[in-house]
Design a protein around this ligand. Structure first.
Ligand code: 5RP
Length: 217
């Protein structure tokens, strides 16, 4: 099975969490795209969705699936999204696609967060995947200096602007032992919009695509 087929297997397994009348939060990325395409087959079951990015909203609407503004949706029953890394506590690194801020907002507004990924995303220690940080542009140099003090190597994501008009700094070479503390430390820095650590609000369920099908962690 290819990595993409494993992503699709995880996405298909997440359909089991979809119930009649739900408004569902939808993530961003290739695994979330599989979920969107599969959701289209059962779209009559759900009320609507809330998207975590413009690109996911466009894909949902292309399938004829209703997309609401989060402000009009109230608390969401379910959020389904991919991840760049997960540890066994279901603390995640997200933001490889740059949608981390809206993803974190939609995850926070959801009762259940089902994370879908291929098995390569499960790691013992977070941090091999560069940690994305969304930053207000004028704070770029300041935040880069703070990241160096924290022991990381800041790399600007060249030519990329988030849906919110900000930049992404990817933090390399940071071994993340205490993800909850590190998330809080980044959140204290003026100019940081969002850090791609999802630890204070981790996933509730992790579905991994494996060569033998989907496995729930
Ligand atoms: C986007 C994300 C994605 O969930 C993450 O990058 C995983 O992507 P993919 O499903 O393509 O492997 O956080 O901001």
């Amino acid at each position: 099975m290819t990595q993409d087929e494993m992503k699709k297997a995880a996405a298909a397994a997440a359909l089991e969490y979809v119930e009649s009348g739900m408004v569902i939060g939808i993530g961003t990325g290739s695994t979330a795209n599989h979920f969107i395409d599969l959701l289209a087959e059962v779209k009559h079951k759900i009320d609507a969705t809330v998207a975590s990015s413009v690109v996911s909203a466009d894909r949902l609407e292309a399938h004829g699936i209703k997309v609401l503004d989060l402000n009009d949706a109230g608390t969401l029953s379910l959020y389904v999204d991919g991840a760049d890394e997960s540890n066994k506590a279901l603390h995640l690194i997200k933001g490889g696609g740059g949608a981390l801020t809206r993803e974190k907002i939609v995850a926070a507004a959801s009762e259940k967060f089902v994370c879908i990924a291929d098995e390569s995303k499960l790691v013992d220690t977070l941090g091999k995947f560069p940690l994305p940080v969304e930053v207000i542009p004028m704070a770029q140099a300041y935040i880069a200096r703070e990241i160096i003090k924290m022991g990381g190597k800041p790399v600007l994501r060249e030519g990329f602007t988030t849906d919110n008009g900000n930049i992404i700094i990817d933090v390399h070479d940071m071994e993340i032992i205490d993800a909850i503390k590190m998330e809080a430390d980044f959140n204290k820095l003026a100019g940081v919009v969002t850090v791609g650590l999802f630890a204070s609000r981790p996933a509730d369920v992790l579905i991994l695509g494996t060569p033998n099908g989907a496995v729930t962690v």
